[in-house]
Design a protein around this ligand. Sequence first.
Ligand code: GUN
Ligand code: FE
Length: 436
Amino acid sequence: PAFRSVRGRVLTFLAPPQGAGDEASYRYFVDGLVVVRDGRIAAVGEAAPLLATLPPGTPVDHYPDALILPGFIDPHIHFPQTQVIASYGTQLLEWLEKYTFVEEQRFADPAHAAEQAVFFFDELARNGTTTALAFCSVHPVSVDAYFAEAERRGMGMLGGKVMMDRNAPPALTDTAQRGYDETKALIVRWHGRGRQRVAITPRFAITSTAGQLAAAGALRREHPDLLVQTHLSENCAEIETVRRLFPEADGYLDVYDRFGLTGERSLFGHCIHLTEAERRRMAETGSVAVFCPTSNLFIGSGLFDMRKAVSETPAMRVAVATDVGGGTSFSMLRTLAEGYKVQQLLGYNWSALEAFYLATAGNAAALGLAGEIGTLEPGAFADLVVLDARATPVMANRMARIDGDLEAELFVLMTLGDDRAVRATYAAGRLVHARS
Ligand code: GUN
Ligand code: FE
């Protein structure tokens, strides 16, 4: 299929918005065009002058009323947990044992992993997510299934094999050496193959021995361009357990810090209960805290304080993600809605501009991919989402009152929108989802 240029109302962020009304933070074209060449964005701007420059016969998909944004980016999600979503009645440690560790064992089977990969990428595309950073299971075959399906669809994905060598069922554990060797082999197979990127993925401090965290640190030193992803300070019982397992460390973050696992290419899921000193250390090392609102609410973990994160000096880097299947939706719109409500409970009015910035350019920066994805500026991959703020009767009825107000429209999209608001999704200039 040919690359498509896309016309409609085009919005792309230039800088982090400083709150509602920050018009300098974005570019918006009411009749805009994203010109796509060889899967990348060749130009963006007003449609009329750009159309005149296109060779005759260039395919253009026109969405007159829709809003065209960079595709959403989900920087913390679990590939093997799609069938765990909506598991009843537990908090983190019991949830892992009772549901998650049971489910993830099924990903030893390559046929199951391949079948679930098709479902997983269908859901991402249906929800307008064009790049994700995922935890796969402990089995390298789960990572192979994940990247093979991403490659088939032309989507640029990041992910890694979970490393776990204790406190999990025997069928789900590796060893320090095996976790290291299998991650090395995956790097050779997948890292930098097309758009795919491998991440070093120790699950969390409870399921790795000191020996395994040291092995993860060795991988980081040997591959400084790779991301590290793990979990941090999500749940109070978890934090207590980490304290017991690593009595020599000065708190949970220090466990990772000691093994060289903090830094600008490290993403830590949750970070809800960090101490002030830990937030400062996160900021000093350039580490990223990933806010996972639907998961934090659903598993009952707590409220992540965005205002503290961004207003402290130095500011902590943040991202926002679904954390499916602790999270309850693949939709970044649903995720932003719950994020807004969490900040409301903490007395902070998280603006739609800040929220959509984070879901696109902000998450791209968190992944070290600013300029490559999360933006519509020339040179970036043509990963796009086409959004319809009139997708449901309630949305359409609300929009009738605020027509022409971009920020109000974005707020309607994030508060009321879900997969129905996604008209189309493009990955590297090719249509990967169109709403029927
Ligand atoms: N901490 C360690 N593993 C997990 C996981 O799979 N989900 C969540 N939410 N937290 C975790
Ligand atoms: Fe998670």
